[in-house]
Write a new protein. Structure first.
Length: 564
């Protein structure tokens, strides 16, 4: 696990770039790229890669391309392309005029494939996908050559051209590189370069019915664009010899591929396949569900671009895989939000309080600081009247020894207002507490008293007559295990879903200033956590707030301590 208080990690990639600049490789150029596949929404792991690639280009006065690896039309949608563009822009990065697609290079890739066939380095194979897997061998057993491996150059060229013309059905034939079926690296055992897919492509429509495999396209795209440092995650390390082989055989520009450890976080999954399943099977409301690790989900929950970028910088870049504690992400987020969030009072579970000795028709407008961390945030006025709401959880009829909140004959301070003392408890026919009757000390406004007495408990509150009724959504981890993939036999990761990951409070009451709450503003609900307006479901008629993150000491933890 990563220590939330750790310093910024070192970046070994910078050392490689520095050495290249020192020895003159790439003539001092630094040109990176972020190459997402448009088959899902970006998540926090992609954010690490985005920050790394764009950040390196900025630091070395270089360039960074945005390139979509759209080589599989079956899984790609324009919705994903649009969301990826929006997410990267929201994070604060700009690719200027360098937006590219793998499909921009389909014709060039086809020409390169023909070049390999002519050199006797590629052949058309009639084996099925299952047969290719069997012939491939294992880590302990060498592969076997396809019976079609020795086709002539002329026959391969003819068949490949006919594949392009659409003469064969899906899966009938593939184009494979002719390398080494006995290689210890399985990626070098005659990998597939092209497959037949009679599918509509988002950009090229039905122009093509053969599509390049990712391993064939990836290195070529980097080469065509003049990428100097092709930064990939560790799972591509064993693919690097294959990329090098392709580029060497074609005698084209050769980027330097560098692998780094991908981001793994506790209590979440990063696999697009698993995230897609959560969406399609209704475990979440969509890709932008605030419990999802997607950038759009984090944004809707109230995470800021600054926090995500600072998190990416804090965890650094490593050469070996590890898992980062989700607490570090929350720690960085709190650091950012504490400095910018406006303080407000919202009662999540309201309990009515009548201050019997306060004038019935009187309303005082008390001054409250918007953010003690930022003087420029100014102050606001909040109304105080005879009837207020406090948190139901702030009252105990039978209070434990260390209880510093409301109880019969106990005195507490109301934030920004007065001291009150509970005098009477009103219950309904079921014995439930429905109202408290209290008295206030008119000499204690602002928390000061003539006799100098002090109380330990300070509560937030709202004036009942002025309160804004709102819905509040309290989010927790989507999974209840640090590693959701640790499951019992016969079960999968969905068995570790947290049934309490979302709690909806439909009758919360907020101070009236939140009638003007804005989508892009963070708020600290005093004693409750950091919140934001829900960008999808909130409206003036039905305001909805999402809890972004709890405060450092949640009330649940305090309750457990008191229980002991």
């Amino acid at each position: 696990m990563t220590d939330p208080e750790q310093s910024v990690s070192s970046n070994f990639i910078k050392a490689i770039i520095d050495e290249h600049n020192k020895n003159g490789r790439f003539q001092g150029r630094v040109h990176t790229r972020f190459p997402p596949e448009p088959n899902g929404y970006l998540h926090i792991g992609h954010a690490k890669s985005i920050c790394l690639n764009f950040g390196l280009a900025e630091e070395y006065n270089g360039k960074c391309n945005l390139r979509f690896d759209d080589t599989n039309p079956v899984k790609e949608e324009q919705e994903y392309i649009d969301s990826i563009i929006e997410d990267i822009r929201w994070l604060g990065f700009d690719w200027q005029d360098r937006l590219f697609y793998a499909s921009d290079y389909f014709e060039q890739m086809y020409a390169y494939a023909v070049q390999l066939i002519q050199a006797g380095k590629a052949y058309v194979d009639d084996l099925s996908a299952e047969e290719i897997r069997r012939y491939r061998g294992t880590l302990k057993e060498p592969g076997r050559e396809s019976p079609y491996r020795q086709r002539s150059v002329e026959e391969n060229l003819d068949l490949f051209r006919r594949m392009r013309k659409g003469e064969f059905a899906d899966g009938a034939k593939v184009l494979r590189a002719k390398i080494d079926m006995h290689s210890p690296n399985l990626n070098m055992r005659d990998p597939v370069m092209y497959r037949i897919l009679h599918a509509e492509h988002p950009r090229t429509a039905d122009q093509w019915c053969i599509y390049p495999m990712y391993d064939w396209a990836h290195g070529l795209e980097d080469s065509i664009e003049g990428i100097t440092h092709s930064i990939c995650t560790l799972e591509f390390e064993d693919h690097r010899p294959l990329y090098d082989w392709f580029l060497d055989q074609l005698n084209v520009f050769h980027p330097q591929q560098i692998e780094f450890a991908r981001l793994n976080l506790t209590y979440t999954v990063m696999s697009k396949r698993k995230l897609l399943r959560l969406v399609e099977e209704g475990y979440v409301s969509g890709w932008d569900d605030p419990r999802m690790p997607t950038i759009s989900g984090l944004r809707r929950r109230g995470y800021t671009a600054r926090a995500i970028r600072q998190f990416a910088e804090r965890i650094g870049v490593a050469k070996s895989n590890s898992t980062v504690d989700f607490a570090l992400l929350e720690h960085v987020l709190r650091e950012v939000l504490n400095k910018q969030a406006l303080r407000v009072m919202v009662v999540l579970k309201p309990l009515k309080v009548v201050i019997t000795n306060y004038p019935q028709d009187k309303v005082e407008w008390l001054e409250a600081v918007n953010n003690p961390e930022d003087e420029s945030a100014g102050t606001r006025k909040i109304p105080f009247s005879q009837v207020i709401y406090v948190e139901r959880d702030d009252f105990r009829e039978e209070a434990p020894r260390k209880w510093f909140r409301l109880a019969p004959d106990r005195e507490v301070r109301l934030k920004h207002a007065y001291y009150i003392t509970c005098r009477e408890v009103i219950k309904n026919e079921q014995g439930e507490v429905v109202e408290l009757r209290c008295t206030y000390d008119p000499e204690s406004r602002g928390g000061w008293t003539k006799d100098g007495r002090k109380v330990k408990g300070t509560l937030h509150w709202v004036s009942a007559a002025h309160a804004l009724k709102t819905e509040v959504r309290l989010y927790d981890h989507l999974f209840n295990k640090e590693n959701p993939d640790e499951v019992e036999e016969g079960k999968d990761f969905t068995s570790n879903l947290n049934p309490d990951s979302l709690q909806v409070l439909s009758d919360s009451r907020a101070e009236p200033s939140l009638k003007e709450a804005k989508m892009d503003v963070s708020y600290q609900f005093l004693r409750q956590g950091y919140f934001c307006v829900d960008s999808k479901d909130s409206s003036p008629e039905h305001p909805v707030f999402n809890r972004t993150v709890t405060l450092r000491d949640s009330w649940a933890r305090i309750e457990r301590t008191l229980a002991k």
